[in-house]
Structures are given as C-alpha cells and as structure tokens.
Ligand binder design. Structure first.
Ligand code: PA5
Length: 426
C-alpha cells in the first residue's frame, strides 16, 4: 500500500501543522457530491464501474490489435493521452515480444513531429485509437483526418473501418457522429469524468492493454486502493499529502516540484502536472506543479532547488524495490578510485544518494514529502493514480476552487478559431 512520509516537511510546519479537519471536510464534500463541480466526480467510482463488461471489451479490443498490428496510433491530447502515455512509459518503456509499438499523435501541430511519426510508422500494419471526449479538439481532429486517410489508402475504406476505435462521449460530438455513421468500434468517456481524471476508463486502459499492460490488475488495485483511502483519519495518505501541500502553500511555498529517480516516470509527472495544474490553478491562486528527473536534474536544476528562491516544496515518488539489480564490479588497481563501492548494490548506492539529496534540500529550505510505492508495476501505478486523483480533489476543495472545471483552457481556442477563420468563430 502506498505511503506518504512527511518527516522531511515537519520542521517547516508551524505550530498548527496540516489542517486535517479541513481535509476531512473537503473529503466529505467530494464524496457527498456537495461541492462545485460535483457532476464531475464520477472518477471516484470509475474502476468499479469499468470492472466487468467494459473491461472485458477493452481487453478483447486490445488483444485484437495486438494480434494483427505492429503499431497502434493513439490520437489525443491532454487528459485524452497523458495517462496512457505515462503508464506505458512507466511500465512498458520498451515493447516486448508481441507488443505493438504505441505511437502518440494529435498532441502537437508540428509538421516536423508529424513527419517523425510517419517515418516511425513506415509500411507497418497499424490501427488507430482516436480519443476525444468533446470530439472537437482541433489538434487530435487534424491528426485523425491525416492518419485515417493513410489507413483508408492502405486497407480500403471498408477494412479501415475495422481498424479504428473511437473513445468519445456516449451521445454527443462530431467524433461520435462519425463513429456511428462509419460503424467504428466505440468506447465511452463517461459524462461525469473529466479528461484529466479519465485514465482508468477506456481512455487510458485500451492503449495500456494494447501495449501489454495488465489492465485487470490495474483496475483491481484501483478498486482496493480507493476503498482503503476512504478511511476518514489523518492516517489517510491522501489527507496527509493534500493537507501538507496546502499548508506549505500558505507558508509561501508556491511551487511544487515532483521528483522521481526513475527516468521512466517522466510522463507520469506530465500527467500529474495536468491533474494538479488544471484542477488548482484558477481564481488567481494555485500551487504551480513542476517536475524534475533525478539524478539527471541534480546536475542541472540542483543549484536552483538548493539555492534559488525559497518558494519550492519537493515531492519525491519512490519505488521501494527496483525490478533489477546490479553489483559494482571490482577493478584491479582501482584506476577510477571506485573500489570503495565494489560489491555494493546499485540500488543501495542510489538509496543513499537519495537520502543525501533529501537532507541537503531540507537544510536548503525546501520541505520534502515522499510518496512510496512498492515497485514499478501495475499495482504501484494504480496506487499512484488513485492516490493523486483523490488527493487532488481534496486539495482543490481545501483551497476553495472548483477542481473539476478548466475555463482557462478555452481562451486560446477562441483566439485560434478566429484567426483560422472557423465559420461562426468570434
Ligand atoms: O482534462 C481535460 O479536460 C483536457 O485536458 C482534455 O482532456 C483535452 O483538452 C482534450 O479534450 P478532448 O478529450 O475533448 O479532445
């Protein structure tokens, strides 16, 4: 079970400490559906809802894709892609035998990036999973038009239709209309689940399962984890994290850096940034979510963290047991002076380095919160996702915002559609 360790932040708390009464109230508001945005709290019960029939359909679609295609092109942006990308990078960073390559498109408008994807695709057999709740987001819609054209040119319209899966709203939107008309297989983004909270629906599960991740284990763990975190006490890790970060924010720590010592965590951090940034950054307030990759960033951002403006708090995600182990070899003559480490495990050296970083940053004025999961597997992933989602809802309500809307995202779209001359745009 995931654990939060606040020992590295304690010396920064004032006498009052984290406000667990406020965390309790926010948790109640969330589960009783009495707060702003309550219509978008369906993610709390999502794993339970997905568990039976839908999960079977997802796994069966994934197996079909795995059986006949070398590439799955997943088209989506924001909440419609970051969760799956984070999961696949974390759990399946390199395809194994029988795994199709998962290519993510529709998250940029760069012609050069598109060219790169087309070169990666080459002549390989492929299919498409297009994901858009609204069905109208321009970036993925444009990419879909292009990749669909390629698919139809390669297989003919009729066979191509059997190679497209659309994940979208159950009733509304251009994509839903297109899917119905063309007879594509569809999965649903539930009405009561916003994009950034949708990773445990078909949005995340289908690409994950196609990549070879055990979606059933993810869902079973997510159900158990949400049940465990229903606990109403300061022992609840979601309360601990939410209350601690809100407390530190009030003390002037306005930037939270999420750190991990696993390079495969990079896109999980991107997912986390969207989750917290889009949920909390509104009405002129909100902790700014940033991320660093240790050890690499200790040699680039380390100076700033240790010695820059003291507005940082640091949250470190740790996988307690690595999946692999190496011992440092002995070298005759000790030419590099490293024999003092000979015979020691790389994981142990890494752990001690992490402890050294933690102490240095704390003494430099950066409070440290640790989030510990056992290992980098489906269980660890599902625990992290459910924990961060629940803590986000609680933290958002504690700060007084509606954590489930994103009105600010519309501003650029309005300008863009006007500039592009979209009919009806003002
Ligand atoms: O969290 C969100 O709501 C956003 O990130 C959306 O997921 C993103 O803008 C993509 O929207 P859509 O799925 O409607 O294409």
């Amino acid at each position: 079970m995931l654990k939060v360790d606040l020992s590295g932040a304690k010396s920064f708390f004032d006498a009052a400490g984290p406000d667990y009464a406020a965390a309790a109230a926010a948790h109640r508001t969330l589960t009783e559906g009495t707060g702003a945005g309550a219509d978008f709290t369906g993610w709390l019960g999502l794993p339970q809802r997905v568990k039976n029939e839908e999960l079977k359909q997802i796994v069966s679609a994934a197996n079909r894709i795995r059986g006949r295609s070398e590439v799955l092109v997943v088209i989506g942006i924001g909440g419609s892609y970051l969760g799956a990308k984070g999961a696949i990078e974390l759990l399946r960073p390199r395809p194994q035998a029988g795994d199709p390559k998962i290519i993510f498109a529709g998250n940029s408008m760069s012609p050069d990036a598109l060219q790169g994807l087309l070169e990666e695709l080459g002549e390989k057999d492929f299919e498409i999973n297009v994901i858009s709740k609204s069905g109208t987001t321009l970036e993925p819609a444009l990419a879909f038009r292009m990749f669909r054209g390629l698919l139809e040119a390669k297989y003919g319209a009729e066979k191509a239709a059997k190679r497209i899966v659309a994940t979208t709203d159950a009733h509304r939107g251009v994509l839903k209309g297109m899917a119905d008309e063309a007879g594509w297989e569809t999965f649903v983004v539930p009405d009561d689940v916003g994009g950034r909270f949708s990773v445990l629906s078909a949005v995340g599960l289908l690409p994950m399962a196609a990549a070879g991740i055990d979606a059933t284990a993810v869902i079973e763990t997510a159900i158990a984890s949400l049940a465990a975190m229903d606990q109403r006490s300061p022992e609840n890790p979601a309360w601990q994290y939410a209350a601690a970060r809100q407390h530190l924010y009030r003390l002037g720590k306005s930037i939270e850096i999420l750190a991990c010592y696993e390079p495969t965590f990079r896109y999980m951090a991107e997912w986390w940034k969207q989750l917290y940034g889009e949920s909390e950054g509104k009405n002129g307030i909100g902790i700014y979510p940033a991320s660093v990759e240790y050890n690499a960033d200790l040699h680039s951002m380390g100076q700033y963290v240790q010695d820059g403006p003291r507005t940082l708090m640091e949250t470190v995600v740790t996988f307690e047991n690595s999946l692999n182990e190496f011992n440092v070899p002995f070298s005759m003559g000790d030419p590099d002076s490293l024999n003092y480490l000979a015979g020691r495990k790389l994981s142990e050296i890494s752990r001690l380095a992490q402890e050294a970083v933690k102490q240095a940053h704390i003494s430099g004025g950066v409070p440290n919160m640790e989030i510990k999961v056992e290992r980098r597997d489906e269980v660890g992933f599902a625990e992290l996702v459910t924990f961060f989602e629940l803590a986000c809802g609680i933290s958002g309500y504690m700060s007084g915002v509606n954590p489930f809307d994103q009105p600010g995202v519309e501003a650029y779209k309005k300008n863009m559609f006007k500039l592009l001359g979209k009919p009806g745009a003002q």
